[in-house]
Design a protein around this ligand. Structure first.
Ligand code: NAP
Length: 249
């Protein structure tokens, strides 16, 4: 019997959950538990880490999972590695729903950096106003550049103090739209945006808004993910599930 574990936490994962529900495919949706009130899903939801790759392998066995779809954020690479190792150990098929990376267009001002530490280094020298659009987790690293004002957009009000001397928090959950993001950046007189190259549509508004306003983007490139079959759209995931079941993989 087909029983899918869907590793989520992205707009695309929520769209896939809806499609699996409509296709009457039994699905368990997994959240890491990073936000206080996660988006509700039409399928069974579980919340919290599995306890590494071994914990996940045990979970897969106990729950009788037949297929795993990794639809986590492109920067959630620990979960991606764990899913890869657990599925290898368990002999289960794994695929990834991955959003194509954003690409700079003619006229864009992008500085590519490999990670957060290098994003800090790449910030301009004179003090300016920066939209730090990277979530909560790594914000404190920007204390290394205390001269700037930072605009933070977070899903939940921060529970721990933020280690930056000059910042403003706006609370909001994506997906966002371009006109709203243009207005936000104008209101806060933003000159630079720091973004992770998440790809997809849910978080693209800030990229298009920066383009419209001619702002510079410090773009953090994606970390390497394991070598897993990748599909960019939901129809392809449904076809993969059906075919891998027919093949008896
Ligand atoms: P990560 O660094 O790859 O994962 C750290 C640990 O969190 C994993 O080892 C796992 O714990 C647990 N975990 C992660 N995703 C999980 C899931 N879907 N279900 C159950 N446990 C999960 O991940 P992260 O970057 O902290 O991201 C956490 C979640 O937020 C993911 O679901 C991701 O899709 C979402 N998200 C991340 C970003 C981002 O920029 N990183 C942005 C938007 C949304 P155990 O080892 O105990 O199993």
């Amino acid at each position: 019997m087909m029983r899918v574990l869907l590793l989520g936490g992205t707009t695309e994962a929520s769209q896939l959950a809806q499609a699996l529900h409509s296709a009457r495919i039994e699905t368990i949706f997994s959240y890491a538990g990073r936000t206080n009130a996660p988006v509700s899903q039409p399928v069974t939801v579980r919340v919290g880490g599995f306890g590494g790759a071994d914990g996940l392998a045990t979970y897969l066995k106990n729950e009788g999972i037949s297929h795993v779809v990794d639809a986590t954020h492109p920067f959630a690479n620990t979960m991606g590695q764990n899913a890869y190792q657990a599925c290898r150990k368990s002999g289960l098929p794994l695929m990834r729903l991955a959003r194509p990376a954003w690409r700079a267009q003619a006229g864009d001002h992008w500085t590519h950096v490999p990670d957060i530490a290098n994003a800090c280094v790449a910030l301009p020298k004179p003090a300016t106003r920066i939209f730090l659009a990277i979530g909560r987790m790594h914000v404190d690293q920007f204390a290394a550049r205390p001269e700037h004002h930072y605009l933070l957009r977070l899903v939940d009000a921060p529970e721990e103090p933020i280690a930056l001397p000059d910042y403003h928090v706006t609370l909001a959950r994506g997906p966002f739209d371009v006109s709203g993001d243009v207005a936000l950046m104008q209101e806060h007189r933003i000159t630079h945006v720091v973004a992770k190259n998440a790809g997809g549509s849910g978080a693209a508004a800030k990229i298009e808004a920066a383009r419209a306003l001619g702002l510079r983007i410090i773009m953090i490139d994606r970390p390497l993910r394991p070598d897993v079959a990748e599909y960019a759209n939901i129809g392809a995931v449904l076809a993969w599930l059906t075919h891998s079941t027919e093949r008896g993989v």
